[in-house]
Write a protein that binds this ligand. Sequence first.
Ligand code: HEM
Length: 541
Amino acid sequence: MAASSSLSSLSTLHLQFSSQTSSTKLPASSKPFKGNSLAAHQKITATISEKPHISQPPPPSAAALTAAPSKASKLPIRKIPGDYGLPLIGPWKDRQDYFYNQGRDEFFKSRIQKYQSTVFRTNMPPGPFISFNPNVVVLLDGKSFPTLFDNDKVEKKDLFTGTYMPSVDLTGGYRTLSFLDPAEPSHAKLKKLMFFLLSYRRDHVMPEFHSCYAELFESLEKEIATKGKAGFGPANEQAAFNFLARSFYGADPNDTKLGSDGPKLVTKWVLFHLHPLLVLGLPRPIEDGILHTFPLPPFLIKKDYQRLYDFFYQNSTPVLDQAEKLGLSRDEACHNLLFTTCFNSFGGMKILFPNMLKWVGRAGAKLHSDLALEIRSAIKSNGGNVTMAAIEAMPLMKSVVYESLRIEPPVSSQYAKAKRDFVVESHDAAFQIKEGEMLYGFQPFATKDPKIFDRAEEFVPTRFIGEEGEKLLKHVVWSNGPENGAPTVNNKQCAGKDFVVLAARLLLVELFRRYDSFDIEVAASPLGASVTVTSLKRASF
Ligand code: HEM
């Protein structure tokens, strides 16, 4: 069918980031160096971006990753343990445990212990009066979790943020792509538009990343020189927003009316979506009594949102032209471009980058020098250019990115509603799910499942190197699907999956071509880690 072949070509096209045209030069200060102790490491070849887009094997279906059909299963069917408590009181009690009495990890761990099961019933926040049905079946192991990706079994309509749906007044009156199920006609059109955006601008990604993040590191260096330390978060937000605007739209926000206000406006707007789920450190009567109980009125953010909308509308003409060809209105397309760029992309980078810096920073000087050696050697072998081919020759760096995404997936919660009755299997038992039941997965428990990963709680930089390492990539599911799978118009896997992996790799490349090592301090924050850089040791070889 013509329509479906054009869909599939678009859905693979975006994955091709040119290895020739997009390159950045090694800074003149970087000197040649000898030897690479990592040369013996095998290449990781399993990511889709590195394979030719023709003759790809079909990605594994979610069904193939989940439990075998119950008929073939030897596991006993067990009643799902746990209960929801009394109306209003049960959800309120679970919310207090989740946010305050126990905290998120202990909330889940203690219930696994109590029920002796990684599948059980509970309420998820926020509950009344924001969500009136907070009852879920929780999946907390790597075997049951991929059920959430199986579109034959589950529906993903209006549950991007969980058991409540933020007001569409926050998004121009539209339900944006993230809230649409693949069965809804607009899902394919809008996802095609995102694939178009990524493919149309792909040659700009590497040069713009280099330019925005070189600027970030220069500003950190200056701040460290004067104050002895520099916050990574605010600088990263500015760099990420500029990078996205420049690489996706060819527009530098600083040359427009938006100026440097983008990150601040987006953070406020995202808060209007997510406040029911965040611990902001405010007095409990305000935080829990108000922000976890009632939705903030969207009119309070209308003016700020309009400023963002104007920026996107004025700078996305070719993409909006394409949207019309796909049968979308310019207005709906623009609200979706804003959402994908600001919520999905900026929001994701705001969490992923500090988290990755935290894990790599904590891993210490030996990993830093191994990375610097590998990265600089590969760039040198590529004539001093950062190209896709050069990145291919950095197996340790690539493994470190996957390990960061495994140990702390940036978006930790996923929801899906059962379309029909079916059986879910954990490692120990099988459970009957009824049509209409809400399933919830807390992803870090699935990607730190000790039955799948050795030393699951540890950051193991070399974990994904070599053939055995590659086999584990199917259990890395930060993108709402397996790392060896691909986003399509028929699934809910992150449209920016390969873009994100590339951007994370480019961060490490930029860092270790400039510095031999670095030191950080880490504190908690409502979204991701708060990282302060206390030293950057300039490249000495
Ligand atoms: C670190 C950055 C990112 C992270 C962690 C991330 C994560 C995710 C996750 C977990 C989902 C699925 C949510 C769910 O349905 O439960 C998702 C969906 C999505 N992401 Fe990303 N994402 C990131 C960056 C991006 C980028 C750069 C794009 C740009 C195109 C993008 C576009 C989308 C879209 C359009 C969807 C909805 C897909 C659909 O409805 O089929 N994301 N993302």
